[in-house]
Design a protein around this ligand. Structure first.
Ligand SMILES: [Zn+2]
Length: 80
């Protein structure tokens, strides 16, 4: 999936990447608008890092879910 970036200056979809640098876990890109010539710098996390973050988040969610189940079961025991 490709993110659509609109020019922050003129709002058109004409941002072209003309320089990409890797630094640690980041991708730093320089973009230039083909319509108005405005240049911007963007910083992106590398895709692998992003996927790892997503997985970590998923584990966290299921942990919280399990915790919720555990406590509602405990609460059920007290109510009996
Ligand atoms: Zn522009």
């Amino acid at each position: 999936m490709q993110n659509v970036r609109l020019c922050e200056n003129c709002g058109k979809n004409g941002m072209a990447v003309y320089d990409t640098r890797e630094k640690a876990d980041q991708l730093r890109r320089r973009r230039k608008c083909v319509y108005c010539g405005a240049t911007f710098r963007t910083v992106e996390l590398k895709t692998e890092e992003y996927e790892e973050m997503q997985n970590e988040l998923q584990r966290l969610y299921s942990f919280i879910n399990d915790l919720g189940k555990y406590f509602s079961e405990k609460a059920g025991e007290f109510n009996d």
